[in-house]
Design a protein around this ligand. Structure first.
Ligand code: PLP
Length: 455
């Protein structure tokens, strides 16, 4: 860190040289990016010394919280001993073997893993694995993957194509061929006037409609986040995933759970699919596997697919320089050790998650809040202009989108010591899993305070 440069000077360098992801770089240059310089526990601190409660765990990833010296020590030890070696040409490294075995132990029915450097790359691998599998099985026509609008599966060409963010498709000339989308199971958008569980079944039936439209013999897999994250914390009704599973099994279509956010305790279970009650064939992971301390992702390969491609598939023509990076794997092992030792998954399931859920439900009395909901350690609410509205509506009157009320609220949060994310007018959080009960209460206090400033 160059302490001799002022914040203004650093911001000028930033806007001159750094194109930020998902950012209007010109608009940002006018006010300057906030420079985060250190962090501890659930708190980040900017260069001017403001402490901010990180309600988003960075980008849904710092599950064990900041300042874990064990992870820095694990990285240092591994870098000093063997900073890099690959697993391409009949070589491997000890941390990558041990991590593969540890992940298999945490994932019944998934004996194998393929490592990538990120979640996006993991979903590129999913596309390759699904098509390779069906080719090995003598059904190469089964190459289409069905996904959902408003899903987020990453930013590479395949990841963004699998995702359902229309603004990404428009700018990138996507999706690539062989990917189809159905509507998301978002009651507020599609379910007005319906019982939630009946709506879950209806939303799942859109998958069957799409399979029949494409022809089951052409469909290889369905991919979904157990709970959509970047789309705005869309928690589907309990009936949704069990019905999706029934439909996929009926037509022999693989199920891919994108666990990049939901994995490693976020929903109060090791995997989000366990919490939602279904059994996928492939699971993409990243983020929480190292708590963001080092880039790492991958795909957990269920035994049906794993046995076929290993026994009959020959060489899998796919891989990344950083597949199984030894430093990333050493950090992941230390991170998983913390999650297990501190019982974070169980704590989210039994103590802090229910407290967050109760606190979110209580926000319903705020004049601006509609549809507050939480599951494990993700939560969201809608900023509403008024409660009520027409009987066939969602039970609230939305703000006009051009007002950008979500962005106004997000700014109030940031200015008042809270990171909360806005997705349109949905305000969402995904706090570090290490939060204590008092810290959950502090998060809820800050949310209410910032909502009061927004209204
Ligand atoms: N899948 C999901 C569900 C995600 O939320 C993300 C990132 O937010 C990704 C994939 C992409 O991961 P990465 O940004 O590590 O490439």
């Amino acid at each position: 860190m160059n302490a001799s440069l002022s914040t203004r000077e650093l911001q000028a360098l930033d806007s001159a040289h750094f194109i930020h992801p998902f950012t209007d770089t010109k608009a940002l240059a006018a006010k300057g990016a906030r420079i985060i310089s250190k962090a501890e526990g659930i708190w980040i601190t900017d260069r001017e010394g403001h402490r901010i409660l990180d309600g988003m765990s960075g980008l849904w990833c710092v599950n064990v919280g900041y300042g874990r010296t064990e992870l820095a020590d694990a990285a240092h030890r591994q870098m000093a001993e063997l900073p890099y070696y690959n697993s391409f040409f009949q070589t491997t490294t000890e941390p990558s073997i041990l991590l593969a075995a540890k992940l298999a132990e945490l994932s019944p029915g998934f004996s194998r893993v393929f490592f990538s450097g990120s979640g996006s790359e993991g979903n590129d691998t999913v596309l390759r694995l699904v098509r390779h599998y069906w080719s090995v099985m003598g059904q190469p026509k089964r190459s289409t993957i069905i996904s959902r609008w408003n899903a987020y599966h990453g930013s590479t060409v395949a990841g963004a194509s699998l995702g359902g963010m229309k603004y990404m498709h428009e700018q990138g000339g996507l999706p690539i061929p062989g990917i189809a989308h159905i509507d998301q199971p978002y009651w507020v958008e599609h379910g007005h006037g319906m019982d939630r569980e009946a709506f879950g079944k209806l939303a799942a039936s859109w998958l069957e409609d799409k399979i029949l439209e494409l022809g089951p013999e052409n469909v290889g897999a369905f991919i979904g986040e157990p709970v959509q994250g970047a789309g705005g914390v869309i928690i589907p009704p309990a009936s949704y995933w069990t019905e999706i599973e029934r439909i996929c099994r009926k037509y022999d279509i693989l199920i891919v759970a994108d666990e990049v956010i939901c994995g490693f305790g976020r929903l109060g279970s090791w995997w989000g699919s366990q919490r939602m009650g279904f059994k996928p064939d492939l699971m993409t992971f990243a983020k929480g596997v190292t708590s963001g301390y080092f880039p790492l992702g991958g795909v957990m390969v269920g035994d049906r697919v794993g046995e076929a491609i290993v026994e009959k598939g020959g060489e899998f023509e796919h891989g990344y320089t950083y597949s199984g990076h030894p430093v990333a794997c050493a950090v992941a092992l230390a991170n998983l050790d913390i999650i297990e030792r501190e019982g974070l998954v169980q704590r989210v399931a039994e103590v802090t998650g229910p407290r967050l859920r109760k606190g979110f439900a209580a926000l319903a009395d705020h004049p601006l809040v509609a549809e507050p909901e939480a599951l494990g350690f993700v939560a969201g609410l809608v900023l509403a202009k008024e409660k009520g509205g027409p009987a066939d509506g969602p039970g609230f009157v939305p703000f006009a989108p051009e007002l950008g009320v979500g962005m106004v609220c997000r700014q109030h949060c940031f200015d008042n010591g809270l990171v909360m994310r806005a997705v349109g007018d949905r305000m969402i959080v995904a706090p570090p899993l290490c939060m204590t009960e008092d810290e959950v209460d502090e998060l809820l206090r800050r949310i209410r305070y910032c909502l009061d400033r927004t209204y």
